[in-house]
Design a protein around this ligand. Structure first.
Ligand code: NDP
Length: 477
C-alpha cells in the first residue's frame, strides 16, 4: 500500500479503508491507497496551518531551492515514475515521461521566480506620509487535481503556491494518486519543513469537500469538470476563498486554404489523440476551408489509421486505453448520438478487437463527418479519441463556429497569412490561440480559459500573483 503524507510522515486513513488503483489497460490492481476521511483532510489542513507561519517567513529563494532540488530528483527518477504513471493512468510511457518533465520544469520555473516577488513605494498626497504595497502569501492552499495529467496539473498548483510562501494540501483524483504521492515524497525528502506540503487521498465528495469548507484553507486551485468547478466556486464563496478554476474545453482547429496541409494534418492527429483525447486542450472540433477539405480528410484518415493502439508500456504505442469504463461509455454515447443524426464514421467508431484489448478500456481513434452542430459531441466536451470534422466557407464562418461553444480554453489556426491569423486570434474567444502550432504549454505564458472553461490563470508570473495577497501599509514619518 502507498500511504499518504501528512506533516512529512507516511499516514494511514483513520477509516482503515483502502482504494484499489487499477491499470486501465489490463484491469490489474497496481497498488492500494488509504481511503481518506474528513478527519484525515482536517489533520492535513491543521499540519499545513501550523507550518505556515515559519514557511511564510522563509526567504523566497530558499523556498525555491527546495523546488529546484525536487525537480532534479524527479528528473533522475523519471524512468521508474513514468512506468507507475502509465500503469495508473493508461497513457503511453513516452507521454508519461513528457508529463514528468513538464512537472519538473514548472517546479524549476517557479523556483527561479521567487526572486521576482516585490512590492512598491508610493508617495502620498498627505504631508509626511508614504505608502508601501507589499505581497504576502495567502495561507493554506488546497490543490484539487484530476486524473488526465495528475502530475503536471499538480505542479501547476503547488509550485507557485509554495514559492509564494503558502503551505499546501493536495487532493489527487481517486484513480491516479500513486505518482503524485511519490513526487510529494521526493519533494519532502529535499528537507521541506514538516507540514508545508501534504497529500491526502480519498473521494472528492469527502476529502475535496473538506478542503472547500475548512475555514483554515484560504485558496483552492482546482482542475476538473466544469460542473465540479461551479460547485467548488459556490462552496468556496461561503468563506470568501480565492479560487483558480481550470475546467473543460472544446478547442477548435481552423485550417485555411493556404495552410501547410501536412503540418496541419499532423497537428490535428496529435492534437486530438494525445493522451487518448483526454486533455482539456485537445482539438475537439476541426473546421476545414472547403477548398482543402477533401485532400485534408484523405491524409488525416490515412494518418489516423496508422496510430498504434495498445498498452502504454509497449514500445511504439501511440494510443493507450481510456482511463475508465465510464469515460469510454461517454465517448461511445457521443459517437452514437452523432451517427443517429446522420454523421458518417470515416474511421474508427468502435472498440478494437483482439484478446489484448479485452480487459482494457480501448476505443479506436475516430473521425466523423456530417455531424450536426446540435450533436452532443459538439455541444459537450468530448474527452476521448473522436473528432467531428466540419467544412466552412470563409474565415468569418470559421470564427463564428469556433465561438459557438460554451467553452473557451484553447484554439488553433493554420494559415500562411499572418494578418489573417492575427485577425482570427483576436476574435476567437479562448484563453490561448496557437498560430500554425498546437497545444504546447509554456511555463512563461499564462494559461486559463474564458467562458465555462475557467477562472484565473496557471503558469507565468500571473499564476504567482494568484497565490499572493496585496496589502497596503501607510507610514507616518
Ligand atoms: P472532476 O471534476 O470529476 O474531478 C476533478 C477533481 O475534483 C478530482 O480530484 C475529484 O476527486 C475532485 N472532486 C470531485 N468532486 C468534488 C467535490 N465535491 N469537492 C471537491 N473536489 C471534488 O474531473 P475529472 O477528474 O473527471 O477530470 C476531467 C475533467 O477535467 C475534464 O472535464 C477536463 O476538461 C478537465 N480538465 C481541465 C483542464 C484545464 O486546465 N482547464 C486540464 C485537465 C482537465 P475524485 O477523483 O475523488 O472524484
Amino acid at each position: 500500500m502507498t500511504k499518504f503524507h501528512i506533516a512529512g510522515e507516511f499516514s494511514d486513513s483513520k477509516s482503515g479503508e483502502v482504494t484499489e488503483i487499477r491499470n486501465p489497460a489490463t484491469g490489474e490492481v497496481v497498488d492500494t491507497v488509504p481511503k481518506g476521511t474528513e478527519e484525515d483532510a482536517r489533520r492535513a489542513v491543521d499540519s499545513a496551518h501550523e507550518a505556515f507561519e515559519e514557511w511564510s517567513q522563509t526567504p523566497p529563494t530558499t523556498r525555491g531551492s527546495f523546488l529546484y532540488q525536487g525537480a532534479q530528483k524527479v528528473r533522475e527518477a523519471e524512468g521508474e515514475l513514468s512506468i507507475l504513471l502509465t500503469q495508473e493512468q493508461g497513457k503511453p510511457k513516452k507521454e508519461a515521461i513528457l508529463e514528468l518533465r513538464r512537472f519538473a520544469s514548472t517546479l524549476e520555473y517557479y523556483a527561479g521566480l521567487g526572486v521576482s516577488i516585490r512590492g512598491s513605494y508610493i508617495p502620498l498626497h498627505d504631508h509626511n506620509r508614504y505608502g508601501m504595497i507589499i505581497k504576502r502569501p495567502i495561507g493554506v492552499c488546497g490543490a484539487i487535481v484530476p486524473w488526465n495529467f495528475p502530475v503536471s496539473l499538480m505542479g501547476n498548483k503547488i509550485a507557485p503556491a509554495l514559492v509564494a510562501g503558502n503551505t499546501v494540501v493536495v487532493k489527487p483524483a481517486s484513480t491516479t494518486p500513486l505518482t503524485s504521492i511519490r513526487c510529494i515524497e521526493i519533494l519532502n525528502k529535499t528537507g521541506l519543513p514538516k507540514g508545508v506540503l501534504n497529500i491526502v487521498t480519498g473521494p472528492g465528495a469527502i476529502v475535496g469537500e473538506e478542503l472547500l469548507r475548512n475555514p483554515k484553507v484560504r485558496k483552492i486551485g482546482f482542475t476538473g469538470e466544469t460542473e465540479t468547478g461551479k460547485h467548488v466556486m459556490s462552496v468556496a464563496a461561503q468563506e470568501i476563498k480565492r479560487v483558480t478554476l481550470e475546467l473543460g474545453g472544446s478547442d477548435p482547429l481552423i485550417v485555411c486554404e493556404d495552410a501547410d496541409l501536412d503540418g496541419a494534418v499532423k497537428a490535428a492527429a496529435v492534437g486530438r489523440f494525445f493522451n487518448c483525447g483526454q486533455a482539456c486542450l485537445a482539438i475537439k472540433r476541426l473546421y476545414l476551408f472547403e477548398k482543402i477539405a477533401d485532400p485534408f480528410i484523405e491524409k488525416l484518415i490515412e494518418r489516423v489509421k496508422r496510430l498504434k493502439i495498445g498498452n502504454g508500456l509497449e514500445e511504439g504505442t501511440i494510443i493507450g486505453p481510456l482511463h475508465t469504463q465510464k469515460q469510454r461509455e461517454e465517448v461511445e454515447s457521443q459517437v452514437e448520438d452523432a451517427q443517429k443524426s446522420g454523421a458518417k464514421v470515416l474511421t474508427g467508431g468502435k472498440r478494437p478487437t483482439g484478446s489484448e484489448f479485452d480487459k482494457g478500456f480501448f476505443y479506436l481513434p475516430t473521425l466523423l463527418s456530417d455531424v450536426p452542430d446540435s450533436g452532443k459531441i459538439v455541444q459537450e466536451e468530448c474527452f476521448g479519441p473522436a473528432l467531428p470534422i466540419f467544412r466552412v466557407k470563409n474565415l468569418e464562418e470559421a470564427i463564428e463556429k469556433a465561438n459557438s461553444s460554451i467553452y473557451g480554453l484553447g484554439s488553433s489556426i493554420w494559415t500562411q497569412d499572418f494578418s489573417k491569423a492575427h485577425y482570427a486570434a483576436e476574435r476567437i474567444e479562448a484563453g490561448y490561440t496557437w498560430i500554425n502550432s498546437i497545444q504546447t504549454i509554456y511555463d512563461e505564458l499564462p494559461f486559463g480559459g474564458l467562458k465555462h472553461s475557467g477562472l484565473g490563470k496557471e503558469h507565468g508570473i500571473e499564476a504567482l500573483e494568484h497565490y499572493l495577497e496585496t496589502k497596503s501599509i501607510v507610514i507616518a514619518t
